[in-house]
Design a protein around this ligand. Structure first.
Ligand SMILES: [Zn+2]
Length: 509
């Protein structure tokens, strides 16, 4: 054997052992993560306290801030580091519900299942009025022509009669193999794309339209507005309005009512029977900018070279106000905390710094994450800064409480091999489907804007689209314990892998 070939064999052997020991330590870590996550999970206990005790977490509200303080203490107690708040809005106001009731009192009595829309003003005590039906409000000029002088003391029934839902409709859904297969084969040429500043502007324009209409109703002396939404049996869907800043318009009492009650009222009006409604609403507005905080935490990196780089995870912490935000987005917030708790509990020393953000104001045009982005990565009209280039990836969770079935690559095909590798060791936990598709309308878009590899997970919808999303049924009953526990394990493993990887996750070109 020549000296040269001896060196060659020693080199080969050491390469074999280093990759062997790396695989062995990966396997060992995976077992530790599974053991901690499945046998010592704190996820449901935390989620129960968050949703049942603290309840709804509307942006700007005292309820949001109380929950945020509890959450930050929880993060510290499970060993997360650098737990702190960062303000995201100096001029967002708070709003809370105090009391309300809606009933039909003529031609006979019916209690109406209703919920006020956020930011509605109070009534002047108990008020009553005849119902008048306005089917469409898009063209304000024609509305003015038709209704001027006719709305004083009236209760407005607004919009088309909701579509009827049937008991045979599917409300609970887990994705089928066939559906996931189709997602995996999605053509990259057909991926939906949005440009963040345009998206934010288009939302503002919608709000202005609604404001003009509501101001007209109020100036005519209307008492309140009742609308509905096509929802499964009796479900109330009171999200909006979007008047969340201190100098924004305060809309007149504005309720969503259950589809079946809307149906009865609208059908009576078509028969020329005018129902009379009695209602009251007590809400409070306040201005406490200190309520508007993102909650940040981390597990600090320990590798000399890599600790300045980050793996980021995020979820929005705010919710709408009718339920307790269990599926949107309490469960995801807790999955994040639990994933980092698991990594801490198994004694993992991350190479890269793992940063976590629980955002406020997602439901109000991504206020929290947009503010974080501007502060840390640059204004939208500037070039993204160095800090953004150090983020390997941003992983967002905001698709309900269902099991993770894979990942939306958000049109980043270069990231596919990385996540294929991540999921290849946990085929017993998830299908690990990778689709090139982009999910829209949540906080990862903020990060994508800076060309940070930003992803959302594919999750089973369960009752999210049919019953819990932004409704009064967004409560703990619709969070399956096993899904949440498993998701935290999947996430902990994914974070671990991205923190250990030699390279950053590749960016879109
Ligand atoms: Zn959400």
């Amino acid at each position: 054997m020549t000296l040269k070939s001896t060196f060659f064999y020693v080199f080969l052997l050491s390469f074999f052992f280093s990759s062997y020991s790396q695989t062995a330590s990966n396997n060992e870590m995976l077992e530790k993560i599974k053991n901690e996550g499945f046998n010592n999970s704190q996820a449901i206990a935390m989620l129960g306290e968050l949703t049942d005790v603290y309840g709804q977490r509307l942006t700007g509200s005292n309820e949001y801030f109380e929950a945020a303080k509890w959450m930050s203490k929880k993060m510290t107690s499970v060993g997360l580091q650098n737990v702190h708040f960062e303000s995201y809005c100096d001029d967002c106001r708070g709003w809370s519900m105090e009391s309300f009731n809606v009933e039909m009192i003529s031609p006979n009595f019916m209690h109406i299942s209703a919920y006020p829309l956020a930011m509605s003003k109070s009534t002047d005590g108990i008020v009553a009025g005849d119902v008048i039906y306005i089917k469409k409000y898009k063209e304000l000029d024609s509305i003015k022509l038709k209704y001027s002088g006719k709305l004083k003391g009236k209760i407005i029934l607004l919009g088309r009669e909701p579509q009827r839902k049937s008991l045979t409709d599917t409300i609970f859904e887990r994705y089928s193999e066939a559906y996931l297969d189709k997602m995996a084969k999605q053509d990259s040429a057909k991926v939906k794309q949005t440009y963040l500043p345009d998206l934010l502007k288009s939302w503002e324009a919608d709000d202005v339209k609604e404001e003009d209409f509501l101001r007209f109703l109020e100036s005519e002396g209307a008492l309140a507005v009742l609308k509905s939404r096509s929802m499964y049996l009796g479900v109330l869907h009171p999200d909006g309005t979007y008047f969340y800043k201190e100098d924004h318009y305060k809309p007149l009492p504005y309720f969503t009512i259950m589809p079946e009650h809307f149906g009865r009222l609208s059908r009576m009006l078509e028969m020329n029977v005018v129902p009379k409604i009695r209602l009251n609403l007590e809400t409070s507005f306040y201005f406490k900018p200190e309520n508007n905080v993102n909650i940040l935490a981390e597990l600090s990196g320990t590798d000399k070279k890599l600790k300045s780089e980050t793996v980021m995870v995020g979820a929005h912490f705010d919710s709408w106000h009718a339920g307790t935000g269990a599926t949107d987005n309490g469960a995801s917030s807790i999955v994040l905390v639990e994933a980092l708790r698991i990594l801490k509990a198994v004694g993992y020393q991350p190479k890269r710094t793992i940063k976590m953000g629980l955002w406020g104001g997602e439901e109000q045009a991504f206020l929290g994450s947009v503010s974080y982005g501007k502060k840390h990565f640059g204004q939208h009209d500037e070039k993204a800064n160095i800090e953004s280039t150090k983020v390997s990836a941003y992983l967002n969770l905001d698709n309900g409480a269902g099991a993770i079935r894979g990942l939306y690559l958000q049109n980043n095909k270069y990231a596919k091999p990385v996540f294929r590798e991540v999921f290849s060791s946990i085929t017993d936990l998830t299908d690990g489907v990778l689709t090139i598709e982009n999910t829209l309308s949540t906080d990862h878009e903020t990060f994508d804007f800076y060309n940070i590899p930003a992803f959302q997970f594919i999750q089973d919808p369960l009752e999210y689209n049919s019953a819990t999303h932004h409704t009064e049924l967004d409560v703990l009953e619709y969070v399956p314990e096993q899904d949440v526990i498993k998701n935290a394990v999947i996430l902990a493993w994914t974070i671990y892998k991205l923190s250990e990887n030699k390279e950053l996750v590749p960016r879109k070109k």
